[in-house]
Design a protein around this ligand. Sequence first.
Ligand code: KIV
Ligand code: ZN
Length: 540
Amino acid sequence: MDTTHNKGKEPMEKIFVFDTTLRDGEQVPGACLNPREKLEIALQLARLQVDCIEAGFPISSPGDLSAVKAIAEKVKGPTIVALARAVREDIETAWEAIRKAEKPRIHVFLGTSDIHIQKKFGTDREKALERGIDALKFAKSLCPEVEYSTEDASRTDPEYLARVVEQVIAAGATVVNIPDTVGYAVPQQFGKLVAGLREKVSNIDQVVLSVHCHNDLGLATANTLAAIENGARQVECTVNGLGERAGNASLEEIAIAIRTRKDYFKFHTSVNSQEIMRTSHLVSRLMGMPVQANKAIVGANAFAHSSGIHQDGILKDRTTYEIIRPEDLGITEHAMILTARSGRHALKHKIGEKGYELNEEEFEAVYERFLSVADKKKRIYDEDLDIIVQDVIFAHLADTRLYSLESYKVSTGNGKTPEARVRLSREDVILEASSPGDGPIEAIFKAVDKIVGSFHKLEDFQVKAVTETKEALGIATVRVSREGFRALGRGSSTDILRASAKAYVEAINRIHHFLQHHSQGCGCNNKCAHQESPATHSAA
Ligand code: KIV
Ligand code: ZN
């Protein structure tokens, strides 16, 4: 038993945190991360000190395979997990992806509910069980750590579920996961299901019992907590609760609930709470998925007290209305850090302190951009620096960049149709076009379309300020589609029109890169621009 002590008194058992942001979370429509972005998130998850990172579903695309491989090779600390259906080829590919990891784990899943067995596989319970056991044995012959998931467990006959669990343990599973795949469970009932397995399955003590809850009824965190009270010791979750449909159980909610209510739960996790906010921001930005303001733990309003009575209480003593200290989540009062005169050395030091590893070329690009932002913005806060660094390492990936924004000009005013003139460069050639639009941003996007010679459908567009100061950096996120392919683009600037133009050009570059490479059959499936990639939940 992995235990720690509560102020040197009571032993507290450990709950293992299994993060699936890069697999289940990445199934969110339009989330689409490229391998470099996936690696950066995995490195941050390692800093967050999760126990396991489910890095992907390698059979789903060559791009995912290479992303999982890179994570397995470079990320030290957590167990690296790859997902596979109960299919030989999936399992071989999963093993190929993770075999170089410090601690690899293959995760095999197969439906156990009659709905899945009959409607998806067209078979019966016994044959499905046989298939699962065969797959598990094969995975075990490759990798010592194998997790088995009984997909749709919450809608499965509990007697059959217990039989499956017992047999997969006998066949060598080291972790057995009980998913509430469709978010159907309610806490008491789900807790009972887990307690029932602990009672009925004779060899249950040989494995770590895990749960994986979806949020369709808004109960994912509650179901997960009910499960640990009844014997589950691994929780599968995602940063910001991202995931299929309404999402997965949220990592930060579970970790902070266990921490804040240790008097009740008497468990601990290894999550470093100081890294929670930074992880949330990174995932939100790279996936282009904003966090709702009232989201527990990481929402912008999670610590904002607006009623007079509450404000008064907080001023007298913070514990009157605050159960979590924002500083424990790594939330700082915008520590002002650098100015244009800070110099290279201070910048390098700060970047290192924040955990980024940049090569010389990247550092030079960051320095140049830092100077240009500092010129306009005067004070550079921690949050600004994150955006500047991330812009350099993600947005300017040379292999996806065909067009660059050189300049733009918009004329607009009361009662006047906005007109934009945009200059892009493509392989040292300057291309220029003008267009009117309903608003200045639409005019810019239309002018860009004219230059690249194709129409892109704008699926989503958002602009957000990084800090709450007047001269804040703005981040624009756009999702565009063309010929059934979708792509995400991000751009930042103190000027939101420029940030929007940069984001639009980046999204177009990604679509262009994808269309070009894939029409040549290069096999490098960059999911950042993708048609429908095989979805886990319908693929088994
Ligand atoms: O929700 C689910 O059942 C899954 C499995 C693959 C674990 O994501
Ligand atoms: Zn899931």
